[in-house]
Ligand binder design. Structure first.
Ligand code: ATP
Length: 218
């Protein structure tokens, strides 16, 4: 089903979220206070509008309450980011995702009811560090303090064995969600599916269990 999104603030983060959603075929409203930012996104959004996102009337005129998701990607101007989030939640927008600049900004956003708070630089830093530190890990998504999803490259050690033989869930407490082989993607692996060298395993689990699996199991 097509979802409707509004992206407020078209810096590097906001504009890349906007372009990607549009590329995926979604309806995306792009909003920024600066003309040039809006001009730049016109060909990569459904509608692009110049507006001050702290102005309730302006947001109302855009019909913002009808959007499924609104992303507040206002960066340096923390005050505007907070005010805009507050107005959106008061207007009963269902889901408001906000980019936070720092810990204090995060705390305020939490208090005023932001549905999801994003730290893109921090999250990307963690992913890149994981990738750098281990030759086996090619991607890493933090789900919570304790749980993650990682992509690991299969070595000779487990090659030509089935998931049933490897018994990863029982031995390591992790679950294989999918297997990538070149361009092919197996998203519901079966017990008898074989793993080959250089397959990429997408694995979910507790961080300690994933670490153990990475070091001993693959
Ligand atoms: P990035 O790191 O993603 O590039 P940034 O942290 O540098 O972003 P800024 O450039 O500070 O973010 O802000 C992002 C955008 O938000 C800017 O294009 C700015 O014009 C816009 N913006 C700031 N305040 C408002 C507002 N009140 N209403 C609408 N847009 C705003």
């Amino acid at each position: 089903m097509k979802k409707q999104f509004a992206i407020i603030g078209l810096g590097r983060f906001g504009s890349s979220v906007c372009k990607q959603l549009y590329k995926m075929g979604h309806e995306v409203l792009a909003v920024d206070a600066r003309d040039e930012k809006v001009d730049d996104i016109t060909n990569f959004s459904t509608h692009a509008v110049v507006a001050n996102a702290t102005d309730e009337k302006a947001l109302q005129a855009l019909g913002i309450r009808n959007f499924d998701y609104v992303v507040v990607a206002i960066g340096d101007d923390i005050q505007s980011s907070i005010l805009c989030t507050l107005v959106l939640k008061e207007m009963n927008v269902k889901s408001v995702w906000v980019k936070a600049q720092n810990h204090y900004h995060h705390k305020v956003l939490e208090k005023i009811g932001a549905d999801r708070i994003i730290h893109p630089e921090h999250d990307m830093g963690v992913r890149i560090a994981q990738h750098l530190a281990s030759e086996k890990i090619i991607d890493y998504i933090e789900l919570s303090e304790d749980y993650s999803i990682i992509e690991l490259i299969a070595s000779e050690k487990i090659a030509n064995q089935s998931l049933a033989q490897l018994n990863i869930r029982a031995r390591y407490g992790c679950t294989v969600l999918g297997i990538k082989r070149g361009e092919e993607m197996n998203i519901s692996p079966l017990p008898n599916d074989l793993i080959y060298v250089d397959d990429v395993l997408i694995v979910i689990g507790h961080k300690n269990d994933l670490k153990r699996f990475e070091l001993e199991g693959i």
